[in-house]
Ligand binder design. Sequence first.
Ligand code: HEC
Ligand code: HEC
Length: 376
Amino acid sequence: MPSKVYIYSLAMVLFMSPSHAASDPLVEAYRQPQSLWPAAETDPGIDAVALAPLPAPDSLPVWSSATPERITLGKQLFFERRLSASDQIACASCHDPDLGWADGRRVSIGHNRQQGDMNAPSIVNSIFLHEVFWDGRAANLEEQVIASWTNPIEMAGDLEASTEKLSAIHGYPPLFAAAFGDPEVTVERIASAIATFMRSVNMLDAPYDRFLKGDTQALSDTQVRGLHLFRTKARCMNCHQGALLSDQQYHHLGTSFERVGNFQGRYRISGPEEVGAFRTAPLRGLSATAPYMHNGFASDLDLLLSLYNIGWWQNAALQDKDPDIPLAQLSPRIKPLQLSQEELADLKAFLLSLTGNLPYMKPPPELPDYRQADTH
Ligand code: HEC
Ligand code: HEC
């Protein structure tokens, strides 16, 4: 008579065999063209944009000013500490290629080791952003560069002083001439070169993107089930949608606590309607950029998913809250999900399929030597 152990192992073998996996009709449905997938489920009134692979960056109008010379110059400037007041902090200090082009910290540390109140997002795929920063306060990357460069708690750069500093470094004027036609070093050219460089730093080959482009085996069965949940029961597609996995709109999820990071969000830009609202995060590259959310309070994806599962919360009134700032209102798109542990695991597996070969930069670009300026 077969032992219990034998029957158990036989069952496991059958359960785990590829023929069993291949027979999951839901997974099979997703291994077809997207037009044949089960319909996405979003709330009435939300015209969800279908999921799609990212378009080629050089097909976007904003790419038209990108030349190899501008990208090369922008790359050097991105790593250039001499743009900062202290000569110690470069863009790359907080957007480190080895850390998914973010900084791995809850919130960033900048000029004079001052701690900011925001989590540094990755700059990868920033060409696809309509508005820049968690609260969308910059209209484009050029504006963002100047804001970060002069931010007193980031680089604390003085525009005039740093352009003069760069003009005096022997190696730079020829690079500006190659990129812009003449050797003049200007604020606009610096911003334009850095923005152009950032537009060239992209990740377009995540397993998820390959799956959408027809490589039906690029996602595991678990990940496909997670994709299905993302589009349906888990409600993610109400906000994370389209090619960028973001509606590029602003919502409040309960992440904004009084005195924990920046809790005002869009309030500073659009007023009381949008207290605590931040931009829907584009999700690619997630596995390299913990901690998460605008204030970096979510240390890992398990914690974040369990908060989505309970439906976040309405921020409680706090006694010491600034009376002029109204209470943040939880987005009506957020609801408790009642996902099982297995469903949460599927969803997490799917989120991990959004990271592919992140662009890296080894060694970092060589920068013109300061001393050359004095030795000619
Ligand atoms: C001291 C750390 C620090 C430095 C230095 C720094 N950043 Fe950032 N960066 C941040 C933080 C924090 C945020 C989020 C701020 C916000 O959204 O309000 C951010 C946001 C951004 C964003 C917006 C991304 C998005 O998803 O909206 C881009 C792009 C960016 N930085 C590029 C740069 C560039 C270019 C430089 C150099 C000129 C630079 N940063 C310097 C910490 C830093
Ligand atoms: C109401 C719109 C909305 C829905 C629904 C939604 N999200 Fe988000 N998501 C956001 C916003 C807004 C942020 C940034 C919030 C913040 O920082 O305060 C965000 C941030 C995230 C982040 C952090 C990314 C980072 O880089 O820090 C992850 C991961 C994420 N969402 C996954 C999901 C998943 C998975 C679902 C479905 C279970 C989901 N979201 C549902 C709007 C939404």
